[in-house]
Structures are given as C-alpha cells and as structure tokens.
Write a protein that binds this ligand. Structure first.
Ligand code: 4AD
Ligand code: MG
Length: 436
C-alpha cells in the first residue's frame, strides 16, 4: 500500500472536513471487529471518533496492525471523513492507512469497567485520559477563561501575589510552614493582603493563583492546594463586592452553557439546573439563617459557626446561589470591617452554591482604620510587626475597599455536578494524597 498523506486535523474541527481525507493522531480508546471489518475508536484529546477499516481499504497488513494494538496504544491514521448521524459525534472515518506509534506495554489499568475511587486516584495520571475526565478538564479551562475575561473586560488588572509569605492571612491553624533560608515561611493561604496593596496601586485588581491550607479534615470540599480568584477594589463597599460576585458567577455559568454543552452532556450534567442561575441571588443574614436552621432541626445558637451540613440546609431552600451576610465578627478573619451599626457583626458575606455544594465565595469589606486594624491584629494573637507592610496601606491614603475570593475547584464541582472536589483539578492534593 502506498503511503498516504493528508493534513493533520483535530477531532474538534472534524465537521469542516466531511468527505475529505485527513490524518488523525491519537490513541486507541477501544476496538472491536466483525468479520471482514475492524472498528477502532480513536481519541485525540479533543474528541473520539469511530474509524472503520475494511480489508479492501487497508489490507491484511492494516488488519494485523490493528489486531496487535491494545487500549491506549498510540497511532496515526489516514482516512476519509464521513458524516453519519448514527455515529457518536456525527462523523466516522473510513480508514485508508494505519500507522502504529507505540504499542502499549501491557494492559491499560483503566478499562471501561467500573473501578473503585482509591484505584482511580492512584492512577490519576492515566485516569485523566478518560472521556469524563477530559470533559471536566475542559469545563475547568472554560471557567478559568470566563473569569479572566470577566475581569479583563471590566478594567481589572491581574496582580500576582507571592506564594512564600511571612505571615498568616486566614488563621494560624492551617498554615504550611517551610524553611526559608533559616527563617520560617508559610505557603500562601490567600493572596488577599497583597491584593489590597494592588488595589491601592491600581484601583481594581484580581489575583489568580494557587493557595495552600493544611486542612486536617477529610471532606468532599477541601483540598490542601486549591486555586483562588480574589478581586479587590478601592472605593468599594461590601454590597459592591457582593454584586460583583453575583455578576461574575452569572457570567461564568452563561459561558459554560454556551460553549461546553457537549462536555456537560458527556458528564451527564442536567444543564436546565444551570439555566436557572440568574441574578438577583437571595440574601439572608447570619442571624436570620440561624433561625431557619433551628426551624429545620439543627442544634445551633447565635455565634456558632455554620458548618457543611448547615450550609446544605440553607442552600437547599433555593435553586440559585444564596448570600449569607453579616456574620458574628469573632467567626471571621482579623481584616474584616465591623458593622458600624453593630460592633458584634462583620461586613462580610459568603455565597453558598445550590445543590449542597457549599461555600464557593467568601468576601467583604476590609477594616480601613489604622488604629482598629492594629487592635484586631493583636486580638487575633498575631504580631503587629509581621503586618507592618499591610498596616502601611492604612497610613497612606486609606480608603474603603472590598473584595472576595472564589474557590475554583468548588466552582468546578458545582457546575459539573460532582459530589467531591477530587475530580476538579488534574492532581488533587488532600491530607492523604501526594502521589501521583
Ligand atoms: O472563605 P475563604 O477562606 O476567604 C479568603 O481566603 C479571603 N481571603 C477571600 C477574600 O476575601 N479575598 O476562601 C475563599 C474561598 C472559599 O469560599 C472556598 O470556595 C475556597 O476559597 N476554599 C477552598 N477550596 C478548596 N479547598 C479548601 N481547603 C478551601 N478553602 C477555601
Ligand atoms: Mg470562608
């Protein structure tokens, strides 16, 4: 058989090549044979297509190549694209030539049969090739791009905070400590304090980066390494930040619905649930939420933290995200501004995602008085000298300002309808998971 040449095409663009010859480069996803025909399911990272080989087109040699290949062997094929309504994806490829690249060394561990979670997590590096994981990664990418577009289109500047830091932002109980040339350093729990410096320099910024928390509990919502997006705006109050978060979430959901419909189908996500996400989101104060929780049988009193189960009770009352606001100040971080009308309360809010997916956003207005902030730092048992640079923001042109943090993985879990955050990031880091 003469060597065939045809342009290399990615499966996501295959519709433009109906009736034409193309080269596909990928991996064997699955195969079967029936009499004088070989069927190869080929994946190339952007899609999967059924390739059909007949003896007259690819000969005994082509059959032998296919028969020798097992799942996840790499190969290149040349063939003619053929629209077929019955084919998954709408097209199949009539094979003209099969070129093996590497024959898989043994049986691929992840077969189409069911596997346990621990096994899949141990083989995460290979599990990522499965259709469902590919779709989740594409939706994650779409969410990242939507967030960046949202802020870029509104005049925000991306502002990268450091990852090695000298002090705690979100409490000392979840700090990862490391040795920094003989001094302790901490992996960043949040870029916020640096983001505030950026807001005073640039007016409106957002940070977008990895953050780290030594979360000692195993839950469906906690990673030890996760990505956070933290906008910070000078001359903004708490409700301004809340509206910004609301607009951002609606923007992200719309983008996912518009551009990732196919992937939502692959992961069997009911998109009608996402179509209901419109503003305004309901707003309920912490104090009212405690009453709702009591009515629903929770043993909780004013001043207690609202945990995962309580969050689910509250969010289950709505088909869209809900704001919880005005928490007791003692539950919140040192930097939160107190309510001028009630010193026990903080000007902060959380957004709880629907379907029991928990808190996706935490934010609020920052303490902008130098004297008050020094007092809070000390009340939280933190060292004033560690925050000298942060306190300087209140010395030189302090202004009201606010912002929030969106957890990327929890957002992916919610939009994809995943019960656990472990599938939302390529290589999740959790208390008992550092490999692969
Ligand atoms: O509520 P948090 O702790 O807020 C902050 O860090 C503020 N500095 C944000 C700000 O105002 N700039 O975290 C914000 C969000 C949470 O709502 C949650 O979505 C996510 O980050 N998050 C986690 N996601 C996965 N694993 C964890 N261990 C997380 N901890 C927080
Ligand atoms: Mg929070």
């Amino acid at each position: 058989m003469a060597t065939q040449t045809a342009p290399h095409v990615y499966l996501q663009d295959i519709a433009a090549w109906d009736g034409k010859d193309v080269t596909l480069k990928g991996w064997l996803y699955n195969k079967r044979s029936s009499g004088k025909i070989r069927f190869v399911l080929l994946r190339d990272g952007t899609g999967v297509i059924q390739c059909v080989g007949s003896i007259k087109d690819i000969g005994e040699d082509g059959f032998a190549e296919i028969d020798a290949m097992s799942q996840e062997s790499s190969l290149m094929v040349v063939g003619t694209v053929h629209a077929d309504e019955r084919a998954p994806g709408g097209f199949e490829l009539i094979l003209k030539q099969v070129t093996p690249v590497q024959a898989a060394m043994g049986e691929f561990p992840i077969s189409p049969k069911e596997h346990g979670t621990a096994f899949l997590m141990d083989n995460r590096h290979l599990w990522l090739r499965s259709k469902r994981q590919v779709s989740i990664m594409r939706i994650r990418h779409c969410i990242v791009k939507a967030i960046r577009d949202f802020f870029d289109e509104r005049g925000f500047t991306l502002f990268d905070p450091p990852i090695f830091t000298n002090a705690a932002c979100e409490g000392t109980s979840t700090l990862f400590e490391t040795d920094y040339f003989g001094e302790p350093a901490y992996l960043s729990q949040s870029g916020q304090l640096y983001g505030e410096c950026g807001a005073m320099a640039l007016g409106r910024i957002y940070t977008f980066g990895p953050t780290f928390r030594a979360e000692k509990s195993k839950t469906r919502r906690h990673l030890t390494e996760f990505w956070m997006i933290e906008p910070e705006v000078a001359y903004m109050d708490m409700w301004g930040a809340a509206e910004l978060a609301e607009d951002m979430i609606c923007f992200i959901v719309q983008r996912v619905l518009e551009t990732r419909a196919e992937d939502l189908k692959v992961i069997e996500r009911d998109s009608s649930i996402l179509e209901k996400i419109r503003k305004p989101f309901p707003r309920i104060s912490y104090t009212d939420a405690i009453e709702v929780l009591k009515q629903n049988g929770h043993e909780i009193s004013w001043g207690d933290d609202i945990g995962g189960d309580e969050e689910t009770t509250i969010s289950n009352q709505y088909d869209r995200p809900v704001f919880l606001h005005h928490f007791p100040a003692h539950l919140k971080a040192f930097y939160m501004k107190r309510d001028p009308e009630d010193d026990k309360l903080a000007l902060g809010f959380d957004i709880l995602a629907p379907e029991g997916k928990g808190e996706v956003v935490g934010g609020g207005q920052r303490e902008d008085s130098y004297d008050e902030l020094v007092k809070r730092v000390m009340e939280h048992g933190l060292k004033v000298e560690d925050f000298s640079w942060y306190l300087d923001l209140r010395k030189f042109g302090s202004v009201p300002h606010a912002g929030y943090g969106l957890g990327l993985e929890r957002t992916v879990a919610w939009l994809c309808g995943l019960p656990h955050v472990r599938e939302t990031i390529p290589f999740p880091r959790m208390i008992s998971r550092l490999k692969p």
